[in-house]
Design a protein around this ligand. Structure first.
Ligand code: A3P
Length: 293
């Protein structure tokens, strides 16, 4: 069976980006040694990964908060399965921070001793799909889609990096008692960034002064991140990942409800039906619209 093409590589039923992933590393992932003070950001793609990287980096590194050190967030918080800049994970000083899109069943078994922390960021799947559609047409290493209809089919079938969105979030949520995990909602972060920062600092047991909190909130707003070359991934997208066009950025719109500009009434109804079917009895709530409470 064909388990690999330009865009994806299938490993244990999960799609990884084929040219960025190291299969030898995946083979050893289960035994990857976890330290008690490790922190992992876990997301389905396009749910706010780089946002959480920025917030966590600002919480953990005073030099980042104060602007006394010029380090890209990807170097402070590398991707576990896509080690773009070949960080030395083993000899990295503690605390180590990582981000990842892996499903729960590929998590290193050391994460189950419940000491290391996981922050799972989730976002309403219509906005995830919309963001992913644009990103797939932007990034060379992802399969482009002619239009939303094509992309929606692939997204719902899980023929994308990250597989089926419903399975990703359900998997992590249903196995939450196996891990030390905090669920953070993108839309809540958007609506009240300050409270979200406090929640994360509480979970990570990082004490912050009023001044620190102010600095973190300020530097992790959409507008500030967009113009911050350490945080906006522009250089990475242009060089390491590769763009199809000069237009388009990682920080695209950063809003709630952009799906309304991209889904037809029929597509929306079809999506709702599938959502209701797949997510019935699922306790986490979602916010689909900026005006929703
Ligand atoms: P949009 O494409 O809807 O704008 P990821 O990092 O998981 O790939 O997610 C990218 C999405 O998160 C993009 O969504 C991006 O704009 C959004 N994002 C990143 N930083 C943000 C911020 N500070 N505030 C709001 N949205 C942000």
């Amino acid at each position: 069976m064909d388990n690999k093409n330009t865009y994806w590589l299938k490993f244990k039923d999960y799609y990884f980006q084929s040219s960025l992933v190291d299969v030898d590393f995946l083979e050893t992932l289960d035994d990857f040694e976890i330290r008690d003070d490790d922190v992992f950001i876990i997301t389905y793609p396009k749910s706010g990964t780089i946002w959480m990287q920025q917030i966590l980096s600002l919480i953990y590194f005073e030099e980042h908060r104060n602007g006394t050190e010029n380090v890209d967030t990807i170097d402070r918080i590398p991707f576990l399965e896509y080690n773009l800049r070949k960080a030395d994970f083993i000899n990295r000083p503690s605390p180590r921070l990582f981000c990842s899109h892996i499903p729960y069943y590929l998590a290193p078994k050391g994460l189950k001793n419940k000491k290391a922390k996981i922050i799972y960021v989730y976002r309403n799947p219509k906005d995830v799909m919309t963001s992913y559609f644009h990103f797939s047409n932007l990034m060379v290493l992802l399969e482009a889609a002619n239009d939303m209809e094509h992309f929606m089919k692939r997204f719902l079938d899980g023929k994308v990096i990250g597989n089926v969105w419903f399975d990703h979030i359900r998997g992590w949520y249903e196995h939450r008692h196996d891990f030390n995990i905090l669920f953070m909602m993108y839309e809540e972060m958007k609506k009240d960034l300050r409270s979200s920062v406090l929640k994360i600092s509480h979970f990570t047991e990082k004490e912050l002064s009023e001044e620190d909190v102010e600095a973190i909130v300020k530097q992790s707003t959409f507008q500030n991140m967009k113009s911050d070359s350490k945080a906006n991934y522009d250089a990475i997208l242009t060089s390491e990942l590769g763009k199809r066009t000069n237009q388009g950025q990682f920080l695209r719109k950063g809003t709630i409800g952009d799906w309304k500009h991209h889904l037809t009434v029929e597509q929306n109804e079809r999506f709702d039906k599938i959502f209701q079917n797949k997510m019935k009895d699922f306790p986490l709530k979602f916010i689909w619209d900026i005006n929703e409470e």
